[in-house]
Ligand binder design. Structure first.
Ligand code: OGA
Ligand code: NI
Length: 310
């Protein structure tokens, strides 16, 4: 079903006084209800968005031998090209091809990215820097909305990781018989998604229905991830989502995944814990998530956050 997706207007969040306070309240509400919202007036120009989608498509259009240079099934690798097909492990196969690469600090990683299509590094690099700024702003504001003292966290977030997942979902002759990505939530603090067409669906936990996220030109989609659910002690929800397929055209999405550093542990903030609300999650790092990927739990539909509940 189609449903209303909350909209966060960055122009209002960037104001001062009561207008900003109201916008922060609405942001907190969106994180509490579903852990999902769309962002308008984010300040990233339409040409940057269009061009990064163009180089992303361009990469998947390359001859196989170019793409296979990056092929790897090692989840610990900073750059890798792979499919979501895992013979004999998953009960259903997932119709997705992806390229994942680390993106922060940019200077450390950009030379390991594809240099084909020719402007891939330039256009992707520009988008990564801009979307990271937006993510830092949103993460800071979400922390503010929880009334958590930002001191200890802000530096860790500033030094945190940015992983880019460039997803391609080719047309599928039987789109209803398969999925692009199974239902999951992201391990992150926050994920920002740019898509070229509809296909992303989020779970309405109240009635169990899937909600199609509309493609509104120029907007960015934000998922609250597991690590912010942990930070907030479950007050904010990491959104369960999936990618569906269509029979007509290739769908491209670019997910920018933001977390603390590889071995930095995210735990529940002391400000949200008291006698009536004891801590509900164990602390964990990005590496703990990667270790989780190697377990059978994932194939059985378990979420990372399920492994963290106390
Ligand atoms: C992801 C993801 C959604 C999409 O990469 O984690 O959820 O629409 N992508 O491709
Ligand atoms: Ni996801």
């Amino acid at each position: 079903s189609q449903a209303h997706v909350p909209t966060i207007d960055m122009a209002r969040l960037r104001k001062t006084g009561s207008e900003r306070s109201l916008a922060i309240k609405e942001l907190g509400e969106a994180c509490r209800r579903r852990g999902f919202f769309q962002v308008v007036n984010h300040g990233i120009s339409q040409s940057i968005l269009d061009e990064v989608l163009a180089v992303a498509s361009g990469f998947f259009d390359l001859p196989a031998r170019e793409k296979l240079k990056f092929k790897s099934s090692d989840v610990y690798k900073p750059v890798r090209y792979a499919t979501s097909l895992k013979d004999g492990v998953d009960k259903v196969q997932f119709w997705r091809i992806f390229l994942k690469h680390y993106a922060h600090p940019l200077e450390a990683w950009i030379d390991s990215w594809p240099d084909n299509p020719p402007h891939y590094r330039e256009k992707m690099g520009k988008y990564c820097a801009e979307v990271r700024k937006l993510a830092l702003e949103l993460m800071g504001t979400i922390i503010e909305s929880l009334a958590i003292s930002p001191k200890h966290l802000s530096q860790k977030i500033e030094d945190g990781m940015q992983v880019i997942a460039v997803n391609s979902y080719p047309p599928c002759p039987e789109p209803d018989a398969a999925l692009g990505l199974p239902p999951h939530s992201d391990y992150t603090c926050l994920t920002i998604v740019l898509q070229n067409s509809t296909g992303l669906e989020i779970l309405d936990t109240e009635d169990g229905n899937w909600i199609t996220v509309p493609e509104i030109h120029g907007t960015l989609l934000v998922h609250v991830g597991d690590h912010f659910e942990v930070l907030s002690n479950g007050v904010y929800k990491s959104v369960v989502h999936r990618a569906t397929l269509n029979s007509e055209r290739t769908r491209i999405s670019i997910a920018s995944l933001h977390s603390l550093g590889m071995d930095d542990k995210m735990g529940t903030a002391k400000e949200v814990v008291d006698e009536e609300n004891p801590k509900r999650y164990k602390e964990s790092s990005f590496r703990d998530f990667l270790d989780f990927l190697a377990t059978d739990d994932i194939a059985h539909g378990k979420r990372f956050i399920d492994t963290l509940r106390i």
